[in-house]
Design a protein around this ligand. Structure first.
Ligand code: FEO
Ligand code: CA
Ligand code: CA
Ligand code: CA
Length: 601
């Protein structure tokens, strides 16, 4: 496990920011600027952004919409870097003027497909600690869209469950959709999770799998089935198209011509993301959450072992690790009497929501462990297999990330307002609040501190909320009156000295403050002291935090600013803040999801 770094990043927490404030608010002494925005050209300055005249061909060559996962992978001198981001979804009603003809509407749909996916962008700067500039036309710049060819790896690659009329071999697929969080692997590739893929497809909607995955026979709100028949799985030959989404994808940012891969061994569900750590015996372990109410927490353990080093051979080998292995789902057991879990968030008499857990095997080294499921059936419909083994129903696991030094795993449960409703499961020790609006964070300690272990201990670190108005909050024992209010935690990262940083998604609708980024010490007397570092503009979500405390820099992806607006009545002008509806020197008077850097001049 790593050594502590030389953390700096001193700041006085900002006060919570009212939900209608359309600004990025950073601590005193810090500045912010966008690095790259929706529509910025990646390959040629001629691909000028103009939302009133946008085309799919241009969008394929520009930064996509609604950036979520983010990493800034620095070169050795810290003067060059690769920005890797994904682009989750689109919001056509604020992106473009309303279409006036069917042809215009279809072109907007094609733009939307091209605005999904991922991006790799080269950055440069003249000195460490200074803000970055992105390089138009740099050799590693890349767009991956809803049309980019991918290959499949793992137990379902080549399976009859993945074949379509376009791909009778079941080994390739066009595009990636609904990418939410992700993780950079120890070998330098980037993983990204296809999350709400069901919303893109119309299906027969009758099978057990369709019902379990929220796939239905109704027109999609996006209407892409009108421009590409594969989005209507009722069309002959496309029945399996929805099976080709809902995977973890791996992209090698150093190899702009390699097809990205969808790894079927990691299972198909509404993947939030995946974070990889190497276990004691060298196996690669990926932690993954299924972001659905009452769905599960998963872990993949590779069959083969990690090869250290930066050689091309090592990298080529490590890029095969996620193709074969074992898949587990979490079962949590509480150690307090059930009657002490009241659903109010009040601590049980032993003073902790805690207990033990098991990683229940679904597949071991490629062999299904669940009766009635072959390996390919198991990974394609892994939710059904996990139901069969009695996995623990969670409050929407978002990011799940191992701490780089302690190895403890942090599971961020964003919220679950359905818990305890009539006909639904009530509070349990690992999910201890009924009507959980604010979310919580669980800390897992693997047996023997080995990520590949099959048992673990756990306790709840944070029960989120605004302590001023909510008596059911808990901050690892830190006095609630001394923390920043926090709700709906989503993405997590760590700084070089081991503090956790949480980004939120949904706080405005719950506690009335803009979403933000929060530092949470995990050790010593400050453990649990939530401190707000920044807030994002009106209706935006804070995503993909990257904290480089050694040089007092922080990066966030600002997703869906002004999402409740319309073209005529925008609710955000971030990040350009020019007059509504005007285009001036590349700046646009309307919201543009962007990657933001924050630094200390
Ligand atoms: Fe796209 Fe689970 O947040
Ligand atoms: Ca307990
Ligand atoms: Ca998320
Ligand atoms: Ca979320």
């Amino acid at each position: 496990l790593g050594r502590p770094g030389k953390g700096r990043l001193p700041f006085t927490p900002i006060a919570p920011v009212g939900a209608s404030v359309d600004a990025v608010v950073v601590p005193d002494g810090y500045r912010w600027a966008p690095i790259i925005r929706w529509g910025d050209p990646l390959f040629s300055k001629r691909d000028v952004f103009d939302p009133t005249r946008q085309t799919a061909a241009l969008q394929e060559r520009q930064f996509g919409y609604n950036n979520d996962y983010l990493d800034i992978i620095e070169g050795p001198a810290g003067l060059g870097a690769l920005l890797v981001a994904n682009q989750e979804y689109t919001n056509e009603s604020i992106m473009f003027p309303p279409a006036t003809t069917p042809e215009e509407l279809d072109e907007q749909r094609r733009v939307a497909i091209a605005a999904h996916g991922m991006a790799v962008v080269q950055l440069y700067r003249t000195r460490r600690g200074k803000p970055w500039t992105y390089a138009v036309g740099a050799p590693l710049n890349r767009r991956i869209t809803g049309n980019t060819p991918f290959t499949f790896s793992g137990p379902a690659a080549g399976s009859a469950l993945l074949t379509t009329v376009e791909d009778p071999t079941g080994t390739t697929v066009r595009g990636t959709l609904g990418n939410c969080a992700g993780g950079t692997t120890p070998w330098g590739t980037v993983l990204s999770g296809e999350e709400n893929f069901n919303g893109y497809f119309r299906t027969a909607g009758t099978s057990a799998a369709d019902l379990r995955y929220g796939l239905a026979d109704r027109a999609t709100s996006r209407g892409w089935e009108s421009v590409d028949p594969r989005f209507d799985a009722r069309n002959p030959g496309y029945e399996n198209e929805p099976n080709r989404f809902g995977w973890i994808v791996e992209v090698d940012p150093l190899d702009p011509h390699s097809p990205p891969v969808k790894h079927t061994a990691l299972g198909r569900f509404k993947h939030e993301g995946a974070n990889v750590v190497i276990g004691r015996t060298g196996r690669a372990v990926a932690y993954m959450g299924d972001d659905e109410r009452f769905d599960y927490l998963y872990k993949f353990v590779s069959t083969d072992t990690y090869r250290p080093g930066k050689s091309l051979r090592a990298r080529r080998h490590n890029k095969t690790l996620l193709a074969a292995g074992s898949l587990y789902v979490a079962r949590f057991t509480g150690d307090s009497p059930v009657e002490e879990i009241t659903g109010t968030g009040a601590l049980p008499s032993d003073g902790a929501f805690d207990g033990t857990g098991q990683w229940v095997p679904l597949m071991i080294d490629g062999v299904s462990q669940v009766p009635g499921f072959s390996a390919d059936q198991l990974v394609v419909n892994v939710r059904l297999a996990a139901d069969a083994v009695g996995a623990t129903k969670m409050d929407r696991c978002e990011d799940v990330e191992p701490h780089p030094r302690s190895g403890r795993v942090y599971v961020v449960c964003t919220n679950n307002t359905d818990r305890g409703k009539v006909g639904k499961e009530g509070a349990t020790e690992p999910n201890p609040r009924s009507g959980n609006r604010d979310g919580h964070v669980i800390e897992i300690t693997e047996a023997g501190d080995d990520a590949a272990a099959t048992t673990f201990g756990w306790s709840i670190l944070l029960v989120c909320g605004d302590p001023a108005t909510n008596t059911s909050t808990y901050f690892a024992g830190f006095p609630p009156e001394k923390v920043s209010p926090i709700s709906c935690p989503d993405n997590v990262t760590f700084d070089s000295v081991g503090n956790m940083w949480l980004a939120t998604d949904g706080a405005p609708g719950v506690i009335g403050y803009c979403d933000g980024l929060f530092k949470v010490p995990l050790e010593g007397p400050e453990r649990g002291r939530v401190q707000q570092f920044l807030s994002v503009p009106a209706q935006a979500e804070t995503c993909g935090p990257v904290v480089r405390d050694e040089e007092s820099m922080v990066y966030v992806a600002v997703q869906h600013p002004g999402e409740d607006g319309t073209w005529a009545q925008q609710h955000s002008y971030f990040p350009d803040y020019v007059a509504p509806g005007t285009l001036s020197g590349g700046r646009w008077g309307g919201p543009r999801p962007s990657v933001v850097q924050v630094w200390k001049p």
